[in-house]
Design a protein around this ligand. Structure first.
Ligand code: SF4
Ligand code: SF4
Length: 244
């Protein structure tokens, strides 16, 4: 339970190191245009079936898109994120953001959670203990106290909903059509940025491609195949499967 939390950023820069930063479609275009690498993370579920967290039904449905999968249908959620395996390319040696005024929405929102079903827990964040012992009240109950911050959270959720069809179209256009099952893992792709940027600039129509689900447990694979869904457990050549 989030309860009431105080917070003041100490400027330690830890949240800008080793974190892939989710981007809206427009932010992704800007990141790519500036020469940054983007990582694509994909997870899928079946409506009211495998992979769908029942308690998050409305939230996950809104930020996902229906795709053909074998003889059935899955819904995919796609995250385009700034690929930051180490320090963010915009973090200065003095740990300052060099694009502070135009930094991505998620950077403005951190450490607040965007998913309304995930409570804010300081122990899950990179911020040092002292950050939580000072500053104004950040959260009361489950909501940010600051109206501007609340508006940013809503803007991020809205972008998730509005961007999903275009993100799926870009994935289909570039052959990124294998997903993991939500809760079981996700697939991670590092697209060739020239082709990716071109697809972002002129988002193609949805191709209606057939998707596959990467699952490695035989029981789960059988459960999905009974629903007519296409599965694969082959060692991936073009993506990484990050299992939970
Ligand atoms: S864009 Fe700025 S705030 Fe966001 S991760 Fe990079 S350095 Fe940090
Ligand atoms: S990890 Fe927390 S305290 Fe450190 S810079 Fe990021 S938001 Fe601020």
């Amino acid at each position: 339970m989030s309860g009431s939390l105080r917070f003041a950023c100490t400027g330690c820069g830890k949240c800008c190191t080793g974190h892939h930063v989710p981007l809206t479609l427009d932010e992704t275009r800007r990141w790519a245009a500036a020469g940054g690498q983007v990582i694509v993370l994909i997870e899928a579920f079946v409506t009211d079936g495998p992979g769908m967290p029942v308690e998050q039904r409305e939230h996950v449905l809104r930020r996902s898109h229906a795709v053909r999968c074998g003889g059935g249908e899955a819904r995919v959620s796609v995250t385009f994120a700034a690929f930051n395996p180490g320090r963010c390319r915009y973090l200065s040696e003095g740990d300052l953001c060099t694009i502070y005024e135009s930094r991505p929405l998620v950077c403005r929102i951190y450490p607040v959670e965007i998913n309304p079903h995930i409570p804010l827990r300081p122990q899950n964040k990179d911020c040092p203990p002292e950050a939580w012992q000072q500053g104004p009240e950040l959260i009361h109950g489950a909501l940010p106290v600051d109206r501007a911050l609340l508006a940013l959270v809503e803007a991020s959720r809205q972008a998730d909903r509005e961007d999903i069809a275009a993100k799926v179209a870009v994935c289909e256009c570039l052959g990124m059509t294998t997903s993991a099952l939500k809760g079981n893992g996700f697939t991670a792709w590092l697209p060739e940025m020239k082709a990716f940027a071109a697809a972002l600039e002129q988002v193609p129509d949805l191709a209606g491609a057939s998707w596959a689900l990467h699952v490695e447990q035989p029981e789960l694979m059988s459960e999905l195949q009974v629903l007519g869904l296409e599965t694969t457990a082959q060692a991936p050549a073009y993506y990484a499967f990050i299992g939970f």
